[in-house]
Design a protein around this ligand. Structure first.
Ligand code: ATP
Ligand code: MG
Length: 396
């Protein structure tokens, strides 16, 4: 069991002036994640490294699991802290650590001691520590041999004023950038497999997320709405809190259904979704839209269809799944825990109004012309949809 966790994070892109902003945000996100874990944890920055210190009775395993969802972390290292820094004691503790962590399992294992001495007053320097501690481990663990080039086990020993820190295991983190370091974007979140994955992937690049869901009661049920709330909850485990705007889209859909060619319904409907999502993006301070679209997946996602949908957007549209096959998206959905909810069989507003033969090669001019059929009706319907939107605060 560990006395501290050393947090590793990728340093690319965070050098120079931005570094402390990145680190402060990472520490904030870690603190938020650890709030859900039993016990008291302190997150500290010490000489360019971030540590988590548990205090008293804590769920130490739960802490590691929570930190594995914090974007920006590349690795989590459980650390043994030896406070009595007398050399003989340090050597004895290191040997015991190795015996317990890497017991003789019948296979040949190699190791190397990698000592650092940030606290220069310590009587042995790092070269001496490497040699002497290496010898102590060889004597105490005869099943191990030394390999200084490609060791199976890298025994890190850091001599600090507060104690000697020993660690060797790196538990992988999710990578990416801490949420909140790259602005905010508005996710068009449906109950499907794709859009939660799209939100996850953009949040992984440090982007905060708010979301819009278009529902069409009575054509879509409360259960379909609840499914989207549940998906938002599941991704908020990674993204942090989400404002989910639930837009009543029925009257707009009915107007489109009544006045526009049926094979163009999905494209026109999607254009209105984008327009409304942009309004919420501006209100929420979001700098882009996010969808789960992937080229060619359905008629509304051919390159021509995407051109028509995109034409109403003034904000950039982030489509992280654009080049993904369905199976690749499913693999991520399973890994992040949204798949089982996504496949619950509740109808989506898009499936109610789909045409038998939707256009796959829509022309923008034709679509714009069809949309003019709505000119007299659409403004008050948009207004009403905005006014009746319910906003739900989602936290995991
Ligand atoms: P998903 O699995 O995320 O539902 P999909 O494969 O079903 O995607 P479409 O239904 O064509 O694809 O939708 C494409 C994208 O449009 C979705 O990924 C989502 O971002 C957005 N979208 C579709 N329907 C809705 C909705 N009811 N509310 C909010 N966004 C939606
Ligand atoms: Mg869908």
């Amino acid at each position: 069991m560990y006395q501290a966790l050393l947090i590793k994070y990728a340093e690319i892109g965070i050098k120079g002036k931005n570094r402390h902003l990145f680190e402060d945000r990472l520490m904030h996100q870690m603190a938020v994640a650890l709030r859900r874990v039993d016990g008291s944890f302190e997150t500290v920055k010490e000489m360019g490294r971030i540590f988590v210190m548990p205090h008293g009775e804590c769920d130490k395993v739960g802490a590691i699991e929570a930190l594995q969802n914090v974007f920006g972390i590349t690795g989590i290292c459980p650390v043994l802290i030896v406070e009595d820094m007398d050399y003989d004691n340090v050597a004895a503790q290191l040997v015991q650590y190795v015996q317990e962590t890497y017991p003789d399992n019948g296979t040949a294992q190699t190791f190397k001691v990698n000592a650092r001495r940030p606290w220069k007053q310590y009587p042995k320097d790092s070269m001496e520590l490497n040699a002497d501690l290496g010898e102590a481990v060889l004597n105490g663990c005869p099943w191990l041999t030394v390999d200084v080039h490609h060791p199976d086990i890298l025994l890190n020993v850091e001599v600090r004023q507060s104690g000697v820190y020993i660690y060797s295991k790196v538990i992988p983190g999710p990578g990416g950038l801490p949420v909140g370091t790259s602005g905010k974007a508005e996710l068009l979140l449906s109950g499907g497999i794709d859009s939660p994955v799209a939100g996850y992937m953009i949040a992984k690049r440090g982007v905060e997320i708010d979301a819009v869901y278009f529902h069409a009661p009575p054509y879509t049920s409360d259960r379909a709405r609840q499914k989207v709330v549940d998906l938002a909850k599941q991704i908020s485990k990674y993204t942090g809190p989400i404002h989910l705007h639930v837009v009543n889209f029925t009257d707009i859909q009915l107007a489109i259904y009544e006045k526009c060619p049926h094979e163009e319904l999905t494209i026109i409907m999607r254009r209105y979704m984008m327009r409304i999502a942009e309004i919420f993006a501006h209100r929420d301070g979001a700098l882009g839209l996010i969808t789960g679209e992937s080229i060619g997946q359905v008629a509304s996602q051919t390159t021509q269809s995407l051109l028509c949908t995109n034409a109403v957007c003034t904000l950039p549209v982030f489509r992280p799944l654009i080049g993904f096959d369905k199976q690749e998206i499913i693999d991520v959905a399973e890994r992040i825990g949204t798949f089982d909810t996504s496949i619950l069989p509740y109808e989506d507003c898009c499936t109610i109004f789909v045409a038998k033969h939707p256009v796959t090669h829509p022309l923008l001019k034709v679509i714009e012309k069809s949309e003019h059929n709505l000119d007299d009706a659409i403004e008050p319907l948009m207004q009403q949809a905005l006014e009746t939107t319910e906003t739900i605060s989602i936290t995991s």
